[in-house]
Design a protein around this ligand. Structure first.
Ligand code: CP
Length: 313
């Protein structure tokens, strides 16, 4: 593995999940692997879980970490050939190469603007770092993908499933703000590699990128989709066709205890209580959101272990 910016960078997901679960039982097993190595973490956007779990994962591997909130640095330019006489002060060509001298791995979080679909899907920031950095790049959530979250979710489902082939449903839920598609996209890509029955439920018109959901069952009837589900992964995303707009806030799509029935409730967090999901779900034993957040550490740790091993080859 040379970079980790997509679930597709994982050669064999089931093997990696097994390795992550083994690492979780003995997290300091490889603490000499990262000795004298540094992870630089660059944040263009806010974070709680990603920042702390990735830092903890690096520390478990014996690495040092440096965190830079990009808002506190120079405004970066990503376009080639630009006359930089406006708001940008430093080009990615210099910045990525400079940071690479301080880092053995660079992790980047850069959300979409949700204004121009083509621009967001071009992944200008993460691809800029991949092009110009001289060390491996890890996505801590980009415009269209959140592969560390999806790997943590795969670990969680594998650990908690009592069935050979569980039914997993991804359900849209309402939210007052326009949110990215990244978590849903990576979850869909990841879950298709597991042995599960999978369907997606969302209001008509809220289809995700059809290239990502190709071949997946989509059901506009949430109650029908949730029937006999073992895991219900809940996430809001803004409209993909009417790009970045909130065109539906129907509270009837909120997840309730009665809709969930016996299923386990999953969400990447942060979650708005009594908008996305009612208190009774989050406060019940059926919610596995805390386990998911814990598995963020071991998802990040197994990925960084692979990248460090690749550096040593
Ligand atoms: N799930 C997740 O990525 O959380 P943060 O945005 O807090 O990092």
């Amino acid at each position: 593995m040379k970079n980790y910016t997509s679930i597709n960078d994982i050669p064999d997901l089931s093997i990696l999940i097994k390795e992550a679960i083994a690492l979780k039982k003995n997290p300091f097993q490889f603490e000499s692997l990262g000795k004298h190595k540094t992870l630089v973490m660059l944040f263009f956007n806010s974070s709680l879980r990603t920042r702390l779990s990735t830092e903890k994962a690096a520390q478990n591997l014996g690495m040092k970490t440096m965190v830079l909130n990009i808002n506190n640095a120079w405004n970066l330019e990503f376009d080639d050939g630009t006359v930089m006489n406006l708001n940008t002060s430093e080009h990615i060509k210099e910045a990525a190469r400079v940071i690479s001298q301080y880092a053995d791995l660079i992790a980047v979080r850069a959300f979409p603007e949700l204004i121009d679909k083509v621009k967001d899907e071009y992944e200008i920031i993460i691809n800029g770092f991949k092009t110009y950095a001289t060390v491996p790049i890890i996505s801590m959530e980009s415009s269209t993908a959140h592969p560390l979250q999806a790997l943590a979710d795969a670990i969680t489902i594998t650990e908690l499933s009592s069935k050979q082939k569980p039914k997993v449903v991804l359900s849209w839920a309402p939210h007052p703000k326009a949110l990215p598609h990244a978590v849903a996209n990576s979850f869909v890509k990841m879950i298709q590699q597991l042995d599960v029955d999978f369907e997606i439920t969302h209001p008509e018109g809220y289809e995700l990128n059809p290239k990502i959901t190709k071949g997946v069952t989509i059901n506009y009837d949430q109650n029908e989709a949730l029937r006999k589900a073992d895991f219900v992964y809940v996430k809001n995303w803004s409209n993909y066709k009417d790009y970045g707009k909130v065109t539906n806030e129907d509270p009837n799509w909120m997840i309730t205890k009665s809709k969930l029935d016996q299923a386990k409730f999953m969400h990447c967090l942060p979650v708005r209580r009594n908008v996305v999901v009612e208190d009774a779900v989050l406060d019940s034993d059926q919610s596995v959101v805390i386990e998911q957040a814990n598995n963020r550490t071991f998802a990040a740790q197994i990925i960084m272990k692979k990248l460090l091993e690749n550096l040593n080859e």
